[in-house]
Write a protein that binds this ligand. Structure first.
Ligand code: ATP
Length: 503
């Protein structure tokens, strides 16, 4: 697993997907730049989301609110007082950790153990193996599940009291080896606010303290009335937004999974009070289906329903993805009640209500939110697509099987040789396709080497122009995944590519 993750990181660099920020100055921790291919993949993922959420729904509209917001926004939202993570220091190693992540990572090991038990049993029982029943009845599995649940339950309340003693006591009671067990060398837990502060204004005495937004959602809430009125929106309706968010993460690791500057894609759906549970379920299902439509496979996703809820929520779940380092949150679906709109009404003194003429009543709408990290989505797609294949002749190839719809380049046009008029034909093909697709042109190295380069880059099609093309106006088209080659008319290229890459 660790090896696979290292491969992902080095492939992302080698093929121009992700670079560390300011690398020539030895980088900036947990900040990354998206390179020539990465920027295309990221843009395509963003567009794929936007089309599904905004273009496909006549009751969802877009917004692009500023990153800077009036400072009272963050007082109202609760971020000034409560957007904290529990920080803990190890006195020996002088290393700093997020206490909840430390414990969650430990509990996640139980999941691995359960998976191992399942694999063993699968082998033993073969076709007659009933996984669901096994998970419900096997004593070892039940023991792992119970221990994990007990630790997480105790963690919730203890970390808020800034005290790990309770969790540690449980860990000792259960007699398990955890990074925290038996150690006297941990400090107590401190709450650490994750917002980045900055100043607006030229002179020190008149400057206003601002925050870089830690989530895009609040830009939607403060614009609720403006959008509802000018767009004549009728409840239920949604407002969607993509954009940067900033969090001063205590421990930022795992590559682009947890960054200090990242991008969110959020949609806030405003509903009549009392209907939120139903909408919450609808959006949970709809968002999972959206992820599945990328074709990475059902087994890579699971829901994690929250028992412990944030101050604004009456229900919450994560869609977790199987990253190279295990199942982790990819998207959150939250039933946020009327908390945010009410808080902004109170802090701004402006009435934020909706008149529902179907029931002749004014009310503060309830909100169901879907929030996915674009960078995490990028990592999910990228890490899952990177594969090492052994071919029939015993050689191996590295192939990035990105979903074609989001691949940076849809086709590479490759003249067999750099002379005899072949580059001219290839460039003509390039010019005829470039209005419809992002295509690339490559004439360096032998054709086999170029195929491999495009495989590793994730390009679904290679189009090779050879001597015969001059006579018959046909080319060889090769598919990245099957490596199958077909002779087709140049005139048909557009429709062949279109059939594969268009949503
Ligand atoms: P975590 O528990 O992993 O810190 P969170 O529960 O704080 O995440 P939310 O506040 O629900 O995350 O944010 C919504 C989404 O934004 C997450 O599902 C995730 O995809 C993304 N996200 C949050 N923090 C980061 C980060 N530091 N780097 C990259 N993406 C992030």
């Amino acid at each position: 697993q660790e090896d696979q993750f290292k491969k992902v990181i080095s492939h992302a660099k080698e093929y121009g997907y992700v670079f560390q920020s300011s690398e020539i100055y030895d980088g900036l921790s947990a900040v990354y730049d998206y390179a020539q291919n990465g920027v295309e993949l990221k843009k395509n993922l963003r567009e794929y989301w936007w089309k599904a959420m905004v273009q496909m729904h006549d009751n969802i509209v877009g917004l692009d609110a500023a990153i800077f917001m009036h400072p009272t926004t963050w007082k109202a939202s609760g971020h000034v007082d409560a957007f904290n993570d529990p920080l803990i220091d190890n006195k020996d190693s002088k290393k700093r950790y997020r206490a909840d992540v430390l414990i969650e990572d430990y509990v996640a090991k139980y999941d691995d153990k359960i998976e191992k038990e399942v694999k063993k049993a699968e082998k033993r029982f073969g076709d007659s193996f009933d996984k669901a029943q096994f998970l419900e009845t096997n004593p070892r599995v039940l023991d792992y599940k119970a221990k994990g649940a007990a630790i997480l339950a105790r963690m919730g309340s203890s970390l808020e009291k800034e005290d790990l003693a309770d969790v540690k006591a449980l860990i000792e009671e259960l007699g398990i080896a955890c990074p925290l067990s038996g150690s006297k060398n941990w400090t107590d837990v401190k709450q650490f606010n994750l917002m980045f502060g900055t100043k607006l204004g030229a002179s020190a005495e008149h400057a206003t303290d601002l925050y870089l937004r830690p989530e895009t959602a609040q830009g939607i809430f403060v614009n609720f009335l403006n959008v509802q009125k000018t767009g004549r929106m009728k409840i239920p309706f949604g407002i969607a937004q993509t954009g940067k968010a900033f969090r001063n993460e205590i421990v930022a690791r795992q590559f682009i999974f947890r960054q200090r500057e990242f991008e969110q894609m959020e949609m806030q759906f405003f509903v009549r009070p009392g209907t939120q549970k139903q909408w919450y379920e609808t959006w949970k299902e709809s968002r999972l289906n959206w992820h599945l439509s990328l074709g990475l496979g059902m087994d890579n996703y699971r829901f994690h329903d929250h028992d412990k809820l944030a101050h604004y929520a009456d229900a919450a779940a994560d869609i977790e993805f199987k990253f190279p380092f295990g199942f982790k949150e990819l998207e959150g679906i939250h039933s946020r009640t009327d908390f945010d709109l009410k808080a902004h009404q109170e802090h701004s003194g402006k009435k934020i209500q909706y008149f529902d003429n179907e029931i002749n009543e004014s009310y503060t709408p309830y909100v169901v939110e879907t929030s996915v990290g674009l960078d995490r989505l990028f990592l999910a797609v990228f890490s899952n697509s990177l594969q090492e294949e052994t071919l029939e002749d015993g050689s191996s190839r590295t192939v990035l099987k990105l979903p074609s719809v989001v691949a940076p380049f849809k086709a590479a046009i490759l003249p067999l040789v750099k002379k005899d008029g072949l580059p001219e034909i290839a460039k003509e093909i390039f010019d005829s396709l470039k209005f419809d697709f992002n295509v690339t042109y490559d004439e360096k190295d032998a054709i086999g080497k170029r195929y491999r380069r495009q495989d590793a880059n994730g390009t679904p099609f290679c189009i090779a122009v050879d001597y015969e093309s001059k006579e018959d106006n046909m080319v060889t088209i090769r598919h990245r995944d099957t490596m199958e080659q077909k002779r087709v008319a140049i005139a048909d290229l557009k429709s062949i590519i279109d059939a594969e890459v268009n949503m």
